[in-house]
Design a binder for this molecule. Sequence first.
Ligand SMILES: O=C([O-])CC(=O)C(=O)O
Ligand SMILES: [Mg+2]
Length: 387
Amino acid sequence: MRIVDVREVTKPISSPIRNAYIDFSKMTSSLVAVVTDVVRDGEPVVGYGFNSNGRYGQGGLIRERFADRLTGADPKSLLNEAGDNIDPDKCWAAMMTNEKPGGHGERSVAVGTLDMAIWDAVAKIAGKPLFRLLAERHGLQANPKVFVYAAGGYYYPGKDDTQLRGEMRGYLDRGYKVVKMKIGGASLPEDCRRIEAVLAEIGSDAQLAVDANGRFDLETGIAYAKALREYPLFWYEEIGDPLDYQLQAALAEFYPGPMATGENLFSHQDARNLLRYGGMRPDRDWLQFDCALSYGLCEYQRTLEALKVAGWSWSRCIPHGGHQMSLNIAAGLGLGGNESYPDLFQPYGGFPDTVRVENSYVTMPELPGIGFEGKSDLIKVMRELAS
Ligand SMILES: O=C([O-])CC(=O)C(=O)O
Ligand SMILES: [Mg+2]
């Protein structure tokens, strides 16, 4: 049993949308295939992964460093004790050979992308959905019903409040009870007008979260906090620079409602620092670490361990990214839910074709692996890479 090939292709996931920091007109993502010599249902098992969104393709790093460490390792050194499956932690350790500590963002996305494909292969070899495999490994009861919210509300050329309202109405029509929009890419009065337009549209049918994408300095973050705390928001997200823990902590003085952050923290050490120094409140705030960007599920389990030590429930995690990998982690390990982008970043985001959103919950189908085979547009591009 061995990994025979690792393939990567960088694909555009571009659109004219803009958050407070970046536009997505040149955004790309790496798609990877980890090909094994294990045969299931007459076909070699191939694990697939991609790098969420927001950080561009990782082809250079994967080709120059990480792929060869997997294919070049002694195949036996990558197997579990019983020798009947690949061991994701051993693969992770092999990928991280000769890598110094710290500086996580330099490589965490490349490793996280490959880690996704490795876990997909491992669950397929075991013949189980990843969420069931994970629950078993942790001695937990899987819960296939997962809370999801609709992320969107970007700035884009020519979009007015009517279109923004229409977008949000569309999410409600598709079964969502929580929607999210961008702030911080316009003036405070303009953003308040946009927020009020959306609140008027959704009424008591749903709740609204807002995301500043790390744009604000302390003064601006506080000015927004004073305005936003007058609205019944689901959360106020990523207010300042993701690594400015003191700013995050100071905001708690001004914003009694729930805050969310973490999508741009790329290691368990960075996550732990947020819990130590960021003043986040375990009774109401939300943690959004995205395994695909932050060294994958092997590392995410270490992040969850750091949460436990810090007295945080795993149910306070609603990961960034809207991918099926985090859906599996949510169902398997009892996270609070997952992001979803009903209209963006296709075909990578979203759910298997049979899955419907009801009351802002989805029910995971019983597909081996992560479940990519259940999403026809996605598995098509994945199989093109593997064949
Ligand atoms: O606009 C982005 O980079 C995505 C984002 O922050 C989110 O989904 O929360
Ligand atoms: Mg965000």
